[in-house]
Design a protein around this ligand. Structure first.
Ligand code: F8G
Length: 251
């Protein structure tokens, strides 16, 4: 079997982010998050509840973008809001910008009154980050994404949540930031972004250079684990036989 690609390492790192969640609703946004969540459900966390991203809870674990084979529930957007408010959910969103305190922006670039780029709007990010465990997926780790301060706060990091009071802080839980270079969290000193591991073939200096703020780096930085042979078979032959993953993270 050939060596794992960077995309496959990312898929396993995303699966690990969901490994300890138990029976909660996993909401992956984007291709690699969807692949990682399905990999977790087939390996470390079979209790994860997954959907087709539109309106159906899935009983099986279909390949990416395949039609659902076995359906076990009805989860239109209005019901997603009930789960968001109730809590048993882990969402992995994208991030156009992430700052040193783990705030995320998917809304707009530039001055809020006159943005240079209008993106998606904040969508579910504010509600997610004060109610549910939230992780981020960044397919191109760069100083343009990892900025000192985000232009608009869509997803709220722990410090801002605490400043907004106990109702916002109580369930704020920014769990992992998985990128094409590394795995990070927001449990550094003073609630800042901290490096947890670097992917095989990536140096700590490369991650530092690709991060536009001072990153907390522990004395020893482990390598992100490589996927097991079983995981590689699941990714390559079951979940993503068309190698769509390589479109998001170049091999
Ligand atoms: C930049 C940067 C940068 C890009 N700095 N410039 C430039 C400077 C770039 C381009 C231009 C465009 C619960 C819930 C919900 C729901 C539920 C409730 C959610 C009902 C569902 C619906 C809802 C949120 C889910 C995500 C987002 C996933 C991505 C995107 C993107 C941008 C947002 C990151 N750093 N970057 N530019 N959604 N999507 O040079 O300039 O900007 O760039 O949870 O919704 O409402 O609630 O992608 O933009 O998680 O991550 O990819 O729009 O394609 O093309 O990159 O080229 O035009 O000059 P994009 P992109 P130019 S949860």
């Amino acid at each position: 079997m050939s060596e794992p690609t960077r995309a496959e390492v990312c898929a396993a790192a995303i699966a690990d982010a969901f490994a300890d969640d138990g029976e909660i609703f996993a909401s992956p946004m984007g291709m690699l998050p969807m692949l990682g969540v399905r990999l977790a459900k087939l390996t470390s966390n079979p209790d994860l509840v997954i959907s087709d991203g539109e309106s159906l809870f899935l009983a099986g674990v279909p390949p990416l973008f395949a039609k659902a084979d076995v359906v076990e529930g009805w989860i239109p957007f209005r019901k997603v809001f009930d789960i968001v408010a109730n809590g048993p959910r882990h969402v992995m969103m994208g991030a156009t910008q992430v700052d040193r305190h783990g705030n995320q922006n998917i809304s707009a670039i530039g001055d809020f009154d006159r943005p240079t780029r209008q993106l998606l709007g904040s969508r579910g990010a504010p509600g997610n980050t004060v109610n549910n465990r939230t992780s981020y997926w960044v397919p191109r780790h760069s100083p343009r994404v990892f900025v000192e301060a985000v232009d608009v706060v869509s997803g709220v990091g722990p410090r801002r949540a605490a400043a907004a009071g106990p109702a916002a802080a109580r369930y704020n839980d920014i769990h992992r930031i998985v990128t094409d270079l590394a795995v990070l969290d927001v449990k550094g000193a003073d609630d800042t972004v901290r490096l947890l591991s670097v992917h095989p073939g990536v140096s700590v200096d490369e991650v530092r250079a690709a991060t536009g703020f001072e990153l907390e780096v522990p004395a020893e930085v482990p390598e992100t684990r490589s996927p097991t042979a079983e995981e590689l078979v699941l990714v390559r032959e079951v979940l993503d036989p068309r190698t769509l993953r390589d479109r998001e993270v170049k091999p």
